[in-house]
Design a protein. Structure first.
Length: 84
């Protein structure tokens, strides 16, 4: 999944418009309930498990940061999660 496709997923789940993938989601108006829904959707879509503690990492709070973590998990790295 590329950044544009991932941004579309974020927009669909969180009901926001991603104009810059580097912008923190909270600045786009994403609240805690949308964040939970987004994490669950990402985990289901990619078959991964994101570590909730890792989500406190500011580098993961944007669409681009979250997609980077997903790609790292899918490639076998696990800085932000443990596999299912």
């Amino acid at each position: 999944m590329n950044q544009s496709q991932f941004d579309q997923l974020v927009e669909e789940i969180c009901a926001v418009r991603v104009t810059d993938p580097q912008t923190p989601l909270v600045e786009l108006g994403v609240d805690s309930l949308h964040t939970v829904a987004l994490v669950m959707a990402v985990e289901d879509r990619f078959g991964i498990e994101l570590d909730p503690d890792a989500l406190a990492d500011l580098s993961l709070t944007s669409s681009a940061g979250l997609l980077k973590a997903v790609h790292e998990l899918l490639s076998g790295g696990a800085p932000a999660a443990a596999g299912r």
